[in-house]
Write a protein that binds this ligand. Structure first.
Ligand code: AMP
Length: 429
């Protein structure tokens, strides 16, 4: 037999890692619920056409796509947003707005595996559908910031921009959507020279090139100053000015609401996914050079899937990368540590009663293991010690006859005899 390994880009999460992952998921769910988001579960496999409709070239080319046995072209979802847009455009068509939806699950992209980049990864998404107002954008930024705070991450920076600024300039210069997408994609990859060359070759004016060059330089954490400079920079492009004003209002709402958030505005910031129409953002920590989360406004996506036009804004929080960041920052998870108990019967004759006691303790919400290896007492206690179990309940014939058991504190190495009826209470205290 060959020695089987995980497929390239796929990973096992062993108990320690799975524990962190599930902790992040719980916190994400709590944060989502505290903002009124309801969870929905959508399929891992969707039609290729749905997924390819509006994803950027980047994601489209990296889908795990295949024909199912019925000959349908399908793919493993590379992101949640198309599934959400599908649900909103169809099943939830008549639900009152706004809709606040939350998704959690795995996604698949044929990326080149490296630290923080895998072919299977997990996200928790918050999507707010139905409002085009800046308070909706501000809510998604605040919820994301709350999540970072709740998992215990420090020094997060929100890189924020607005695709309407760049698109505003390019539209008024007469560049069509296809060229605009290509330009934004190059800018997303920081290939600014290539982006500008493409703009120039598409017939844009010299003035627009100067404007774009200055926009790329405009970034930093002095939010009001940068926004003001952006506005001056694009003042002859009406649509771009409207976009800057929208960005300015979103950031004002977030900051003035008392949300403790660290923002860096970047005027030349673009994101790979084509469907963004307004504010866009990514979250970083100093310890990692990849974004933990990414999001923004996508006002046209729902109608693309045949729904009534529905403005929307959302975020995809990358659980794998949040986990990496927590490990880098040595975050201590705030979890109630449960006491662990092992039940060890002395010999076969007390086994049934020992099992009953285990059931009784579990009924009282205690974490209980049962000795299933048939080990002798000394070996069983040694093993419990090694696995950092707190207490051993020793069920011997003599004590059992008096409805009692031995209770050993494995940390203090002290043993007492306790009545079975008092056991739950004694362990609690
Ligand atoms: P995107 O859907 O590309 O906007 O990504 C949103 C978030 O998902 C990113 O900020 C990452 O945290 C996470 N993510 C995207 N691609 C990967 C990947 N290949 N491996 C791990 N996490 C990813």
């Amino acid at each position: 037999m060959p020695e089987f390994k995980t497929v390239r880009g796929m990973r096992d999460f062993l108990p320690e890692e799975a524990r962190i992952m599930k902790y992040i998921e719980r916190r994400a769910r709590n944060v989502a619920e505290s903002f009124g988001y309801r969870e929905i579960v959508t399929p891992l496999v969707e039609s290729y056409e749905l997924l390819a409709t509006k994803a950027g070239e980047e994601v489209r080319l990296r889908m795990f796509a295949f024909k199912d046995l019925g000959g349908r072209m399908v793919a493993l979802r590379p992101e949640f947003t198309p599934s959400i847009a599908r649900v909103v455009a169809t099943t939830l068509r008549n639900e009152p707005r706004p809709l606040r939806l939350f998704c959690l699950g795995s996604l698949y992209r044929y990326d080149e595996p490296q630290r923080g980049r895998y072919r299977e990864f997990w996200q928790s998404d918050f999507e707010l559908i139905g409002s085009s107002r800046p308070e909706a954008d501000a809510e998604v930024l605040s919820a994301t910031n709350r999540l970072m705070d709740r998992v215990g991450l420090r020094d997060c920076v929100f890189k924020v921009g607005h695709v309407g600024v760049l698109r505003g300039v390019l539209t008024e210069e007469g560049l069509n959507d296809k060229v605009q997408n290509a330009v934004l994609q190059l800018m997303d990859k920081k290939q600014f020279d290539d982006a500008l060359a493409l703009v120039k070759n598409s017939g844009a004016s010299e003035k627009s090139l100067t404007v774009l060059r200055s926009l790329v330089e405009l970034k930093g954490n002095r939010v009001s100053k940068i926004v003001e400079d952006m506005k001056k920079c694009v003042d002859s492009y009406e649509k771009a000015v409207v976009a800057v004003e929208n960005l300015s209002e979103i950031l004002r709402l977030v900051v003035e609401s008392g949300c403790e958030i660290s923002v860096s505005v970047e005027a030349g910031f673009a994101r790979g996914l084509e469907y963004y129409t307004g504010m866009i953002f990514e979250v970083y920590v100093p310890e990692l050079d990849v974004a933990l989360s990414g999001g923004g406004r996508y006002d046209k996506l729902v109608e693309l899937f045949g729904g009534e036009p529905a403005p929307a804004v959302g975020v995809a929080n990358g659980i794998d990368r949040i986990m990496l960041a927590m490990q880098e920052q040595h975050v201590i998870m705030e979890e109630a540590v449960e006491k662990k108990v092992i039940i060890i019967p002395v010999g076969d004759e007390t086994k049934t009663d020992a099992l009953k006691i285990a059931g009784m303790l579990r009924g009282a919400n205690t974490m209980v293991e049962f000795e299933v290896m048939g080990r002798k007492m000394t070996k069983a206690l040694e093993d419990a010690d090694r696995r950092k179990i707190d207490y051993a309940v020793i069920v011997g014939k003599k004590e059992l006859d008096e409805r009692k058991v031995g209770l050993k504190d494995l940390k203090k190495r002290e043993q007492i005899t306790v009545g079975i009826e008092e056991l739950t209470e004694t362990l609690k205290n």
